[in-house]
Structures are given as structure tokens and as C-alpha cells.
Design a protein around this ligand. Structure first.
Ligand code: NDP
Length: 448
């Protein structure tokens, strides 16, 4: 609390009081509010119009029952969420997460972050997030389909191409988006590609969407390195996770001349000193939906560390791409001590506040998730543009657009940090830059 400006401190206390028990949401709010002191001093109208208090309160929160039947015919009940956080810059936009750890506090932290991230992309999208405590792991395709159909049977009435446009996140990939799109189409009798992003390429999807978050995060880190007259060439890298974001982060690191030596899942870490064989990882994770431990069965020289901590492995670049709070203060100290010079967050809020402090104090290049991983939602917005124009762009054209967006986000964050007297601090740059655009739009729209 020591770092929150006096004018803002009471607002944070109010958030704690109004949202008891939602620790991840508190963490995400605090991290933004810590940056805003100089902004409200410069723009007193934001205080008068109570912009911060309004931004911290979602416009709408929907919680619903999702009943479905498993393969044995047994009835299962999960809880569904959609938090429509802020629509001042465009329709609510943000992914759906299916993971047993999901509860309102997780969805609200993700929705809150999403508002600033979407603002940073420069594209016309507001912020939202949703999901369920459903665990797709170990479920059959049919079970996943029945769950998705039940989930969409409630969600459909809240979404639409001009209202709210969900996408994927942890546990929600092309398969789940397909089942949800099918059910939306059936219920509404509308073929409305703009209602969901992350669609398959033959039915309204965009090239590069699958790769976008990982590629975008790597472009962002590349820009941070360039700003320090450095590059990925020859760098040893770590990427946690082995899902959508991790896989395409590894791919782009390798394309840019870096060597990624380890990735992970929630059971353990795979370490391959020679550099990870990405084709094998894709086969294991994307095609066969198995565990990273299987990598060492094919590649005997690689080491599988059951229950291991990936951040203990020495590296120069670390890209956490699994989940929230996966790097704590101790991990951050280890990374810095081992020679890490850049951290780019592919995941949302993967570093604890103690860890962030270590990175900032060490003055290494640290790219917070809301800036670094914005390439995913940016490419979702490009998918919406293609849907609206009934168009489909080439891979090269779309990837170039993604790269330009990431370069632009980097320079905006970099310049904003300098303007506010914190050169090289991308946390301050991203928070202020994302906030001001939303705040100005809210002032313009009046008290709504
Ligand atoms: P996936 O479901 O494709 O992969 C998630 C990976 O992280 C898996 O390897 C999973 O391992 C691991 N993981 C998830 N939860 C935990 C946990 N509690 N503990 C340890 N490991 C865990 O998800 P994505 O790759 O899409 O998402 C990864 C991160 O990136 C998330 O923070 C997400 O919010 C963020 N993100 C994703 C975007 C996207 O476009 N997909 C866009 C922007 C951010 P296991 O299989 O063992 O669970």
C-alpha cells in the first residue's frame, strides 16, 4: 500500500471492501492503481468524474449454472461466468477460461487487466472475460461438446458481434470455440462469425490467431532487447507452460535466433540442453493431448524433472506462459542471479508483486502481461475486421500487422514511462497508457 498515491488509497480500500476474498482481483487492481498517482495530478477531471472507482466496478457480471451429462450418463454441474467489464472503447472482448481453479476473483482480475490491454492495442475493443470451473482434462470429446453446448445455451443471450465477443484462454482452444459457435448458430439461427474469435480457418477464423499471443509476446521482448541494443540471437530462453501461448512463443524465439531449452506443464519440466524439438512438443500437446513428460521418452538426452521449478534453470530470457503468480519473489531472485536480462509475460499476471519488485529493482527488461501478451486479442480484433468485411488475409499480411501492433505498443509504453519520469519501466508505461485512453472515453460518454 505504501506505493498508492494518497488521493487513490481510499479507492483501493473500497475495492477490498466491496469484493471480499477476490485476492487475484485485488492484486490486479493494486498493480494498476500504484501507477496512477501522477495521472490524476495531471488530469483532475478523472478524480472529479470518479473514473477510477467506475473502472474498478464491472459494468455487468453474469454467473450461471451449467448442467451437463458425462459419458456415464451422470449429471454434472459447473458454474459459468461472464464479466463485462468496460465497453468505453468497443464491445467487450476477452477470452473464456475453463479450469478447476476458476471463480469470480480470477475472472475479474482477467477482465480488469483485459480493459487496459485492449486499450493498448489501439483497436476498438472494450474489456471482458469469462469461463467456468469445468476441467477439460481427461474428458472425452463428447463430454467437452456437451459442456460447451450447455455453457452457450445461457451465454448466447449476453453476447453478439456489437455487444460482447468471447475468445479462448486456458482450456479453451479451437475445439471448444467450434462447439460453442455451433450451438450459438443453432439457438440464434444466425451465422454470425463476429460473435466469437479463435474460429477454425474454414469457418471465419483468421490466419495467425493461433500463433498470435506467443508470436506477439516474442516480438515485444525483441523490441525491449532492441531498445537495449541487444537481440535474441544466441540467447538461452525458458518458456513455462506448453499450451497455445508457450508453443508459439518457442517457435518465434527459435525463428529469431534464440534457443529455448525448457518448457513445462502442471506436473513437471522438460529440459533439453540442445534446444527444444518443437515438432515433437506440438505432436504431444496439440495432436495427442498428452503430457510434456512424454518428450523424454522419445528424446533420451532430455531431462524430465517431475514437480520441478523451471525458473531454477539458468537463462537470459524468461517468458512465463502458463498461469497467474507462477514466478514468486524467490524465483525472480534466482532468475536475476542466474543472468536473466529480460522477462516477457505471455501469461496474465504470472509474476507476484514481490517478483515484479525484484525485476524492476534489478532494472532488467520486464514486459508486463497486459502489454506483452496483447498480440492475442489484437489478432482477435483483426479476425473481427476480416469477418466484418467478409474477407480473409494472408499469413504474411496478418503477421506483419501483428508485428506492427506490438512494435507500436512497445514504443507507446516506452515513451509514456519516460514522459512520467520512469524510463525503462514498462509497468508504469503500460498502465498509464492503457488507462488514459479509457478514462478519456468515459469522460466523453458522460455518467454511464
Ligand atoms: P493453454 O490451456 O493452451 O495452456 C496452459 C498451459 O499452462 C498448460 O501447459 C498448462 O499445464 C499450464 N497451466 C495452466 N494452469 C496451470 C496451473 N494452475 N499450474 C501450472 N501450470 C498450469 O492456455 P494458453 O496457452 O492459452 O494460456 C496460457 C496463459 O496465457 C494464461 O495466463 C492466459 O490467460 C494467457 N493468455 C492467453 C492468450 C491466448 O490467446 N491464448 C492471450 C493472452 C494471454 P496443464 O496442461 O498441466 O494444466
Amino acid at each position: 500500500m505504501a506505493h498508492v498515491d494518497q488521493k487513490i488509497e481510499g479507492m483501493y480500500q473500497e475495492v477490498l471492501k466491496r469484493n471480499p476474498g477476490e485476492t487475484e482481483f485485488h492484486q490486479a487492481v493494486l498493480e494498476v492503481l500504484e501507477s496512477l498517482g501522477p495521472v490524476v495530478s495531471k488530469h483532475p477531471q478523472f478524480l472529479e468524474r470518479k473514473i477510477i472507482q467506475r473502472i474498478c466496478e464491472p459494468e455487468r457480471q453474469i454467473i450461471f449454472r451449467v448442467p451437463w451429462q458425462d459419458d456415464k450418463g451422470e449429471v454434472q454441474i459447473n458454474r459459468g461466468f461472464r464479466v463485462e467489464f468496460n465497453s468505453s472503447l468497443g464491445p467487450y472482448k476477452g477470452g473464456l477460461r475453463f479450469h478447476p481453479s476458476v471463480y469470480l476473483g480470477i475472472i475479474k482480475f482477467l477482465g480488469f487487466e483485459q480493459c487496459f490491454k485492449n486499450s493498448l492495442t489501439g483497436l476498438p475493443i472494450g474489456g471482458g472475460k469469462g469461463g467456468s470451473d469445468f476441467d477439460p482434462k481427461g474428458k472425452s470429446d463428447d463430454e467437452v461438446m456437451r459442456f460447451c453446448q450447455s455453457f452457450m445455451t445461457e451465454l448466447y443471450r449476453h453476447i453478439g458481434e456489437h455487444t460482447d465477443v468471447p475468445a479462448g484462454d486456458i482450456g479453451v482452444g479451437g475445439r471448444e470455440i467450434g462447439y460453442m459457435f455451433g450451438q450459438y448458430k443453432r439457438i440464434t439461427n444466425r451465422y454470425e462469425p463476429g460473435v466469437l474469435t479463435g474460429k477454425g480457418l474454414t469457418w471465419g477464423g483468421s490466419l495467425v490467431r493461433t500463433e498470435a499471443t506467443g508470436y506477439g509476446a516474442t516480438f515485444f521482448v525483441n523490441e525491449m532487447l532492441k531498445a537495449r541494443k541487444d537481440s535474441f540471437a544466441g540467447k538461452t530462453c525458458l518458456v513455462s507452460g506448453s499450451g497455445n501461448v508457450a508453443i508459439y512463443t518457442i517457435e518465434k524465439i527459435h525463428q529469431l535466433g534464440g534457443k529455448c531449452v525448457a518448457c513445462s506443464d502442471s506436473n513437471g519440466v522438460i529440459y533439453d540442453e540442445k534446444g527444444l524439438d518443437l515438432d515433437l512438443i506440438k505432436q504431444i500437446k496439440e495432436v495427442e493431448r498428452r503430457r510434456v513428460s512424454d518428450y523424454a521418452k522419445t528424446h533420451k538426452h532430455a531431462k524430465y524433472i517431475a514437480g520441478g521449478n523451471i525458473w531454477d534453470i539458468p537463462c537470459q530470457v524468461a517468458m512465463p506462459s502458463a498461469t497467474q503468480n507462477e514466478i514468486n519473489g524467490k524465483d525472480a531472485v534466482t532468475l536475476v542471479k542466474n543472468g536473466c536480462i529480460a522477462v516477457g509475460e505471455g501469461a496474465n499476471m504470472p509474476t507476484t508483486p514481490e517478483g515484479v519488485k525484484v525485476f524492476l529493482d534489478a532494472k532488467i527488461a520486464y514486459g508486463p502481461g497486459k502489454a506483452t501478451n496483447a498480440g492475442g486479442v489484437a489478432t482477435s480484433a483483426l479476425e473481427m475486421q476480416q469477418n466484418a468485411g467478409r474477407d480473409s488475409w494472408t499469413f504474411e499480411y496478418t503477421e506483419k500487422k501483428l508485428e506492427d501492433i506490438m512494435v507500436n505498443i512497445h514504443s507507446n509504453c516506452f515513451e509514456t514511462a519516460e514522459e512520467y519520469g520512469a524510463p525503462g519501466n514498462y509497468v508504469i508505461g503500460a498502465n498509464i497508457c492503457g488507462f488514459i485512453k479509457i478514462a478519456n472515453a468515459m469522460v466523453a460518454h458522460g455518467l454511464v
